[in-house]
Design a protein around this ligand. Structure first.
Ligand code: GLN
Length: 230
């Protein structure tokens, strides 16, 4: 819906996480990234009248890439935090999340975050879970991984006692038929995801307007239903 009809639409580079189901992950058959965030940013781009070129990488690469201005837009289930807001701009929130603990199904020792002292707790580098464990559970033995899948694998094989990570990802993983894991305790630390931009990007306002329209016209709900509906 750009006003310069006739001109070629701008193309922006979008940095995304290479594996954060169901928000972004590689479809092995098509070789394309897909997921909730991917559908959302494509819908935002259509609405705002620009094109996107999606590049996937480790989550901590998305954060540093936004800080250095290497990418125009970042969408990676990225939690809006005061600390990140010092170096990155965010859109309005588009998804409510939080943190959750997973353990092996036969673990009866860890029932909540109160039982983490002395335990090996895995999560992903550069995430809000890493910061949360450092701040609130200095007595736990923190183990970080570049990808969360490795943490779940180490949990299943008994090298870790627990994994802490984003609720929607933990639930997605645990509800998988073959998963040997369960969630314990309450949702820790409510979080909201935002689309990220380098500081002072002109795109923030356009993207917020597009997000608002997509929420009003049902497109956001359709995408939500596709990835989180029963
Ligand atoms: N929401 C978490 C964060 O922002 C993790 C995001 C992710 O791993 N893609 O730190």
């Amino acid at each position: 819906a750009g006003c310069n009809s006739g001109d070629a639409a701008e193309e922006y580079t979008v940095a995304t996480d290479n594996n954060f189901v169901p928000f972004e992950f590689l479809n092995e058959d098509t070789g394309e990234m897909e997921g909730f965030d991917i559908d959302l940013i494509k819908a935002v781009a259509d609405e705002a009248g620009f094109k996107v070129n999606i590049e996937s990488m480790k989550f901590d690469g998305v954060v540093s890439g936004m800080q250095s201005g290497r990418f125009d837009i970042g969408i990676a289930g990225m939690t809006i935090t005061e600390e990140r807001k010092e170096t990155i701009d965010f859109s309005d929130p588009y998804y409510d999340a939080g943190l959750m603990i997973a353990v092996n199904k036969d673990n009866n020792e860890i029932k909540s975050e109160d039982d983490l002292a002395g335990k090996k707790v895995g999560t992903r580098s550069g995430t809000t879970s890493e910061a949360y464990i450092k701040e609130n559970h200095p007595d736990a033995e923190l183990v970080t991984f570049p990808g969360i899948v490795e943490a779940y694998m180490d949990l299943e094989s008994g090298r870790l006692d627990a994994v802490m990570y984003d609720v929607p990802n933990v639930q997605y993983y645990v509800s998988n038929d073959s998963a040997k894991l369960k969630t314990v305790g309450d949702i820790l630390q409510g979080e909201k995801y935002g689309i990220a931009f380098p500081k002072d990007s002109d795109l923030v306002e356009d993207v917020n307007k597009a997000l608002e329209t997509l929420k009003e016209n049902g497109t956001y709900d359709d995408i939500y239903e596709k990835w989180f509906g029963e």
